[in-house]
Structures are given as structure tokens and as C-alpha cells.
Design a protein around this ligand. Structure first.
Ligand code: R5P
Length: 291
């Protein structure tokens, strides 16, 4: 098996190749033509090989690079192409909220799977999106990676900032054997949220160390408001953990001003990247190759 790391996921792709028993790893050559069109070229002898292409799709340019890489791998004669999209962009627009909108997640699935034999991603905004692929598609979880990291930390309680994250926080709580609860969240706009404590709590919050667990940290608004609320209720130590750390604009600095530690996986390069999902992705790829 060969692993190719797109520009959005080079470091994670290399980690995946190590987890696959030091599978041959290559970084493609990429450049822009004077008219800004993208050019990619993959090296190595890929004919008859199983090839893994790893590329998060945070930006539109990442999406295009992934599609071109898949075609290049097919052209190079690969036997099968497994596409790994650690952070699957556009996943939040997984339905038509207003007339005239696209179902962006669905259309991304269709384009990403075009030259793939199977797709692997990590913590989709909603696992339902997996059903939009027509090829075999699998979702790894960032929870075990974060749990491996949190295991030894002094944490009393885990907190989901919203009800949508209940399954995630519950699973993490089981892995590290801690109580959990979910806040009540109301989104005001794309950068502002309003949060409230739930009517009942599993333990009194005064004097505790609480870790807020979310799938994505984007503008940081959710984590900042959650941390302020927990502090107001008497928590003495607050940390935040996520699978996908986008940390837009000054989000990381704003979060660090209200929490002691921030933990993220490596689906996107960021300053909080402390846990790797490479073993979890490699496990799925090993099963696919063996099939
Ligand atoms: C929302 O459904 C997600 O789980 C995250 O809470 C959200 O994407 C975080 O966004 P932000 O960091 O901009 O508050």
C-alpha cells in the first residue's frame, strides 16, 4: 500500500503511513499556473498498487487538489484508491435549510468519491452524511485519540456545549470513566451563541475541573461562552477538547484567555494538535486492504 499526503494533510498522512508498517509515503508535486489553475503530479510506482490519498477539505483549493490527485492516481494505474478525508469540509450544510440552497455535504460526497474505491473520514458533522456516498464510506472517531490524551489529566466532569454532542461526550465519558452533562445552546448567528446550564447536573460544579468536548472548534464562540458559564458556576479548572480544530482568526487566543488547556486531534494542523487519529484511520484502511 502507498500513502500520498495532499498539502492539507501531509503530516497526518505520514503518520498514517507509519501506522501501516511504514508503507511507502509520498508528497505530490503541486503548483499553480500563471492563470491560477492548479497542477499536481504524483511520483512513485503506483501501477497495480493500493493507494491511499489523504487530504482534508477545509478550503475549496483542498477539494480541487483532492479530486485532481485521485485522477492522477487512477491514471498512474493504481489497483484501488482509498481516499481519506480527515476533516470533511461543507459537512455542516447537510440539508437545505432555506429554499434555493444546495445540500453541500451531499454534493461534496459525490465529487470526493468519483475516483475512489472507498472513502474514510473522521467525525463528520452528522454521521447521516455517510449515507450520501454511493461507494463504501467509513467514519473513524476522534474520541479515542482525545480519550487517550485525557486519561491521565485531572478531570472531574466532561461537558458537551450542546445536545447534538451528547453521544460524543457520553462515549468519551465511558472511555475515561467520568460523569458528563450537556449545556443548552442557542445559536444567535455564525459567530455568537447563548448557553445555559441544564436543569439537573450529575455532580456539583463548584470546585471541579471540567473539560468541554466538541466536534469542531471554528470561531471559538461556543467554547468561550461555555467556559465563561462553567467558571461563573464555580468550576476552577476548564479545558477544551475537539476533533477538528479550525481556530479561525484569533479563536485560539480567545479560547486560551478563558481555558487552561486546549486539545485537538491532527485532522487539521493547528496549535492545539496533541492527539493523533492516525491509528484509528490505519485500522480502517487495514480492514479495507484485507477485504
Ligand atoms: C456545532 O454544531 C458544532 O458542534 C460546534 O459546536 C460548532 O461548529 C463550533 O463553532 P464555533 O467554534 O464557531 O462556536
Amino acid at each position: 500500500m502507498h500513502v500520498i499526503g495532499g498539502t492539507a494533510s501531509t503530516a497526518l498522512a505520514e503518520r498514517v503511513s507509519r501506522e501501516l508498517g511504514n508503507a511507502p509515503f509520498a508528497i505530490p508535486f503541486t503548483k499553480r499556473f500563471p492563470d491560477d489553475e492548479m497542477y499536481v503530479r504524483v511520483g512513485g510506482r503506483l501501477e497495480g498498487e493500493d493507494v491511499v490519498v489523504v487530504q482534508s477539505t477545509r478550503t475549496d483549493s483542498d477539494v480541487l487538489e483532492l479530486i485532481l490527485l485521485e485522477d492522477a492516481v487512477r491514471e498512474a494505474g493504481a489497483r484501488r484508491t482509498f481516499v481519506v478525508v480527515p476533516y470533511f469540509g461543507y459537512a455542516r450544510q447537510d440539508r437545505r435549510f432555506f429554499p434555493g440552497e444546495p445540500v453541500s455535504a451531499r454534493t461534496l460526497c459525490r465529487h470526493v468519491e468519483l475516483d475512489a474505491d472507498a472513502v474514510v473520514t473522521v467525525d463528520l458533522h452528522s454521521s447521516q452524511t455517510l449515507t450520501q456516498f454511493t461507494k463504501p464510506a467509513y467514519e473513524a472517531s476522534g474520541i479515542p485519540a482525545i480519550a487517550r490524551l485525557l486519561h491521565e489529566r485531572p478531570i472531574d466532569v466532561l461537558v458537551s456545549p450542546d445536545k447534538g454532542g451528547v453521544d460524543r461526550v457520553r462515549r468519551m465519558a465511558q472511555l475515561i470513566d467520568k460523569p458528563w452533562f450537556a449545556l443548552e445552546k442557542r445559536r444567535i448567528d455564525s459567530e455568537h451563541v447563548e448557553l445555559a446550564m441544564p436543569p439537573t447536573l450529575p455532580i456539583p460544579i463548584e470546585g471541579t475541573h471540567a473539560t468541554i468536548v466538541d466536534d469542531v472548534i471554528s470561531t471559538g464562540g461556543t467554547i468561550v461562552e461555555a467556559a465563561k458559564l462553567l467558571k461563573k458556576r464555580g468550576a476552577v479548572g476548564i479545558s477544551a477538547a475537539c476533533t477538528h480544530g479550525l481556530f479561525l482568526k484569533d479563536a485560539f487566543e480567545r479560547i486560551k484567555a478563558v481555558v487552561a488547556d486546549v486539545y485537538s486531534t491532527d485532522t487539521l494542523g493547528n496549535p492545539a494538535e496533541k492527539a493523533s487519529v492516525a491509528p484509528d484511520i490505519a485500522q480502517i484502511l487495514e480492514r479495507l486492504v484485507a477485504a
